[in-house]
Design a binder for this molecule. Structure first.
Ligand code: SF4
Length: 348
């Protein structure tokens, strides 16, 4: 059950409350390289990214936000560390949100300036605490309590300035620490939660760690928006994010392909069929379950439960739709027939 938290808006995306759980990613281009950054964001949008964050390490990057924003369609968040002037400049240039830890900006009056500007433009600030970046003089180990305490210290600075347009993240590489941190925090404040497993690793490892960590938090209702962090092309972050939401039936992206693991009974090339169907139907958004099964042992049963399906035989296969057998076809015809049927459901 998703716990009710307050709602904030990042551009036209509402986060928290009953709003849809949104997918975020971060560019890995130089933000000051406007052309490349815009191209990457447009690709990410197409893949399903709903909020994009860009690193703002210098003034050129902060200035670039204006033009980038004019060429993209999703909200843009400026990721700032230490230098309040970059935050001010980013907001002036149209950033829809800031990721910033007020405790890292060394003078109160600088924080006040940022908060004043954020209030003026009505944009939220994410307090983003990571296990790797907590103050080690203050906290010996990055325990969940240390992460939460660190976040609260940052939050209190903003609350004292009557600023509550906040979302919070408490990310660690360690899944258990991350989950526990969000659990503790959610009993203390009702700010919307931005979730993720930080420095999760390459595509393979990072996807697994993220799916487990984010999956547990989603299941516990402790996530309002999230980013899958991978040492990989950010497009993959969005692909994994969509699959996490699909797996928990939280949102539905594309079509749902069920495929058997194959075994000694398999007599058709299931892997090729799955990959081809996946590739050729990736732009089709239909609430459709497609079963691709290797044989008649479990095959027809599974295929029948799906909207459309095939159950392989010896270099041939049965095609099913809504529980009915459509016919038996040679292997080389199956893919086309299946895709033809799937396309019928497009925009249904
Ligand atoms: Fe093997 Fe048939 Fe099961 Fe596929 S559906 S794993 S081919 S028994």
């Amino acid at each position: 059950m998703r716990k009710k938290r307050r709602t904030i808006s990042v551009g036209n995306v509402d986060i928290g409350g009953d709003n849809e759980i949104s997918i975020q990613s971060m560019t890995n281009t130089k933000t000051s390289d406007i052309k490349t950054t815009v191209a990457q964001i447009l690709d990410l949008e197409k893949e399903g990214c709903e909020i994009i964050r860009v690193a703002v390490p210098d003034v050129d990057s902060a200035n670039a936000i204006k033009e980038i924003k004019s060429k993209i369609n999703i909200p843009i968040i400026a990721d700032i560390h230490f230098d309040h002037r970059l935050a001010l400049r980013s907001v002036e240039n149209g950033a829809d949100g800031l990721r910033l830890n007020p405790g890292n900006i060394n003078k109160k009056r600088y924080i006040k300036l940022v908060v004043k500007k954020a209030k003026e433009k009505n944009i939220p600030i994410r307090i983003g605490v990571n296990a790797g970046s907590i103050d080690r003089k203050r906290y010996k180990h990055p325990t969940p309590e240390a992460l939460v305490d660190s976040a609260l210290n940052h939050i209190k600075i903003l609350e004292k300035m009557n600023y509550e347009n906040i979302k919070v993240s408490l990310k660690s590489y360690d899944v258990n620490t991350t989950v526990k941190s969000y659990e503790i925090f959610s009993n203390m404040r009702d700010y919307p939660l931005h979730v993720g497993i930080t420095e999760a690793g390459d595509f393979f490892k990072g996807s697994i760690r993220s799916s487990i960590g984010i999956g547990i938090l989603l299941y516990k209702g402790l996530c309002d928006t999230f980013r899958v962090s991978l040492t990989a092309d950010p497009m993959k972050e969005v692909m994994v994010a969509k699959e996490i939401l699909n797996s928990l039936n939280i949102r539905q992206f594309g079509i749902d392909i069920i495929s058997c693991p194959t075994c000694g009974r398999t007599e058709i090339d299931i892997s090729k069929i799955v990959q081809t169907v996946k590739e050729r139907t990736r732009d089709i958004n239909a609430n459709l379950k497609v079963a691709i099964m290797g044989c008649a042992v479990n095959g027809p049963g599974e295929a029948r439960d799906a909207d459309i399906g095939i159950a392989g035989g010896k270099k041939e296969g049965l095609l099913f739709e809504k529980g009915e057998i459509i016919g038996k076809y040679p292997e080389d015809k199956l893919i086309e027939l299946l895709i033809e049927r799937i396309k019928k459901y497009e925009n249904d």
